[in-house]
Design a binder for this molecule. Sequence first.
Ligand code: SIN
Ligand code: FE
Length: 276
Amino acid sequence: MVCVWAPTERSATAALEGGRVVVLPAGFALHPDELTLRNPALLGGSKNISLTPDRMLKHAAGPAVVRLRLKTMMARFAAFARDTVEALAPHYRGALIRGRTSFRPAEIEGRTVSALKDDTRLHVDAFPANPTRGKRILRVFANVHSHAPRHWRTGEPFAEMAARFLPELTPNPPIVNALYAAVGATKGRRSAYDDLMLGLHDGAKRDLAYQAESPKKPLSFAAGTVWVCYTDVVMHAALKGQYALEQTFLLPVEAMAEPEQSPLRILEQMTGKKLV
Ligand code: SIN
Ligand code: FE
């Protein structure tokens, strides 16, 4: 699963599109005046602090001066993440759509959340309120803890997971998705693809037997490292760790080097249907 990228090996684009996690040893470092931001008390009633693509800071507590510092740090990480992806995968230049930036100051281990929000369970990412209509979810992470690693586990290949859960899933009738969009429950209209991806996310997280028995591998990221992967295809669970930054990019399937490796094309192949 893991590919510690070396320019002499196969291209990082191929590794990412093949469902691997690309780990970069040289990472993103906090500035001295940002070190005190490693504080879970700065969370304002959510799992993560977010910076929207239009530069709005969300779910941050604390005085204005601290929120400004958070915003500056997260914007700097967003720029770093774009440079990183463009250097790793020059093919994507010009096609990457900036999504949210998140700062994750809470310890993962021991957090009490509902099954569907529980990221310690293996899953692929799917956004309930923000349908991608087939676009890829490419994420850049940085462990900004002073010394502790962030512990993940990765699971079986996407197609194998999908073969298990797909038979249980039916996309919503289009009228239902139109209604969700009309009342503002979703940002734009969900496609059958979004319904299936959310179904796979929920199906895997709800199935405790699957969680216990499915193939898995531990993967830890040392303090100071950065990693990149398509979290819509890499089965992943975050088990333990504190203080990470994450940047989401969306990428149109047509901008991939090998679009047939996208979950959209894989699911279309498996269902025999057009899903967007
Ligand atoms: C996740 O995407 O499931 C969580 C990843 C992390 O916070 O390390
Ligand atoms: Fe996830």
